[in-house]
Ligand binder design. Structure first.
Ligand SMILES: Cc1cc2nc3c(=O)[nH]c(=O)nc-3n(C[C@H](O)[C@H](O)[C@H](O)COP(=O)(O)OP(=O)(O)OC[C@H]3O[C@@H](n4cnc5c(N)ncnc54)[C@H](O)[C@@H]3O)c2cc1C
Length: 475
């Protein structure tokens, strides 16, 4: 690191204090993402404790031209939370900004530091009878700031929406160190452009999110979870319609799991956490939760399942009898990602009504490229979002031949695009800039570039993410 930068790093270290920085080997964990690959190089990692410290760090970086990667729990799946090659990078990890600033039980809001871990937040508000509904497999590690920066989805979008729908206010530090704050938490405020909406889903390319006001809901006092085998995705779609009819607005999750994905979960857990007597090509997980009293939900769910059997939409299934069985179902669902660690994965979305038909087209196309491929889709059927995972050559122990993976990816994205879908439903774009350029319309990309230019004219924030960066060789 050249002398000039070394001096700036020293000033930054002073400002965050002894416990607030890492370099050399101690910085390595901050370069490792969920895929367990080390990405890029870093000059300094800082973990500030206040918004003011973040502002000071950003001011110093701005003046010295140091590139900043805002970082949460590093569970992002598009390589956007670790820096690129080159040693004048600074990683700004929010882990030590992890406090609840205020809990408003009348207004149903919670004000938090951006570094709070999602699961901790959920547990803390639950004590006061409140629900923060965002729920994803990585909830034990991901941070609210990361969730906001990626507009995370998860299993409860059907009932509560994406992260975007849960944010009432934001505080952020702009690239030049200016603190921008819109933390009033008002539910109505039509005074011009809604700047926070630009930061939600911006993947660390515009500003560092330091705080948020989030919506809370009554914590469910009762819930029912069903697990059932189905023969075809068309049957699963018919079941979804039936579930909406019979279970009403408290239907909070409707997931589709292929048999291959179930086997992947078993591989990850080591045992079959959940199993049916009769295996099926597909399974659905359906959950209803809310504040209905007595046997209400149980009766609703039983009537749903009965109707599903009558209509011959399910081949086998059960209703979880207690919390332990509910937990086992969700543990299975959450373990799928781990079991498909090496698979070639696609986070796609299409209109809910198109899902079955698009799946058929995708399967045929992938099998044509790789007849031995094991296709193991799973995901959020209620939102039209599937994680379309393919184990190349049917091999789960390696990522397979890169040229085959590239061919499959191109074909999958092409088909999804032709069918009006998105190549990234909930994980973000990250460093998949080529796909973004190919599949996102030109006018939208043009407007986004102009917005980037306004926030970050020197391209110091997470370069190479969302937008191509001429300084990078690419990876
Ligand atoms: C097992 C598993 C299951 C998952 N399930 C889901 C799922 O169901 N739905 C879903 O949507 N995602 C899912 N994900 C992806 C991932 O968990 C989400 O993208 C999550 O929101 C990332 O949060 P993070 O704190 O780990 O962020 P990171 O990975 O650290 O960062 C992600 C992006 O956000 C930026 N960022 C982080 N913090 C800030 C900040 N404070 N200010 C500005 N930018 C910031 C980073 O620069 C980067 O671009 C899953 C991941 C795993 C490993």
């Amino acid at each position: 690191v050249e002398n000039r930068i070394r001096q700036v790093f020293d000033a930054i270290k002073d400002c965050v204090g002894d416990k607030g920085w890492h370099e050399g080997d101690a910085a390595l964990p901050y370069l490792r993402d969920w895929y367990d690959t080390i990405n890029g190089e870093v000059g300094l990692v800082v973990t500030p404790t206040t918004t003011e410290q973040v502002a000071q760090v950003m001011r110093l970086c701005h003046v010295a031209g140091i590139i900043v990667t805002p970082q949460g729990g590093r569970t992002g799946l598009v390589q956007a939370s670790t820096p690129f090659e080159g040693n004048v990078n600074l990683v700004l990890n929010l882990a030590r900004m992890n406090q609840i600033r205020n809990l408003d039980l009348i207004g149903d809001t919670v004000t938090v530091d951006a570094g709070i871990i999602l699961e901790n937040l959920r547990e803390k508000v639950a004590v006061s009878g409140k629900l923060f509904p965002l729920s994803i497999g990585a909830k034990g590690s991901c941070q609210i700031g990361g969730n906001i920066a990626t507009n995370a989805g998860g299993i409860n979008v059907l009932r509560y929406g994406n992260t975007r729908d849960l944010v009432l206010g934001l505080e952020a530090v702009l690239p030049d160190g200016t603190i921008w704050s819109d933390m009033s938490g008002l539910r109505k405020d039509n005074t011009g452009f809604d700047i926070k909406q630009l930061l939600i889903g911006s993947e660390g390319t515009l500003a560092v999110i330091t705080g948020a006001v989030l919506k809370l809901f009554p914590h469910p006092t009762a819930s029912e979870t069903a697990f059932a085998g189905v023969q075809e995705p068309t049957d699963a779609l018919a079941l979804l319609t039936l579930a909406k009819e019979r279970l009403g607005p408290d239907l909070c999750a409707f997931e589709l799991v292929s048999h291959g994905a179930l086997l992947a979960a078993e591989r990850a857990i080591g045992t079959a956490a959940v199993a049916l007597k009769n295996a099926a090509p597909w399974y659905i997980i359906c959950e209803i939760a809310g504040t209905k009293e007595g046997e209400g939900y149980q009766q609703d769910m039983e009537s749903f399942i009965e109707a599903a059997f009558e209509k011959k939409l399910v081949s086998d299934g059960f209703l979880a009898q207690n919390q332990a069985q509910q937990d086992a179902i969700w543990r299975t669902r959450e373990a799928i990602s781990e079991g498909l660690h090496h698979a070639c994965r696609h986070d796609i979305s299409v209109k809910v009504s198109h899902m079955a038909q698009v799946l058929k087209i995708l399967d045929a196309a992938v099998t044509e490229i790789d007849p031995d491929a094991e296709i193991a889709p799973f995901g959020h059927m209620g939102d039209g979002n599937l994680h379309y995972a393919v184990a190349i050559g049917g091999d789960h122990s390696s990522v397979g031949a890169p040229d085959v993976a590239a061919k499959i990816k191109a074909r999958v994205y092409e088909i999804v695009h032709q069918n009006g879908g998105s190549f990234s439903a909930e994980h973000g774009v990250g460093r998949n800039v080529q796909d973004f350029t190919r599949y996102k319309d030109q006018v939208s990309r043009g407007v986004m570039s102009q917005i980037k230019q306004i926030f970050d004219p020197r391209n110091q924030m997470n370069p190479g993410v969302l937008f191509a960066d001429p300084r990078q060789s690419g990876r």
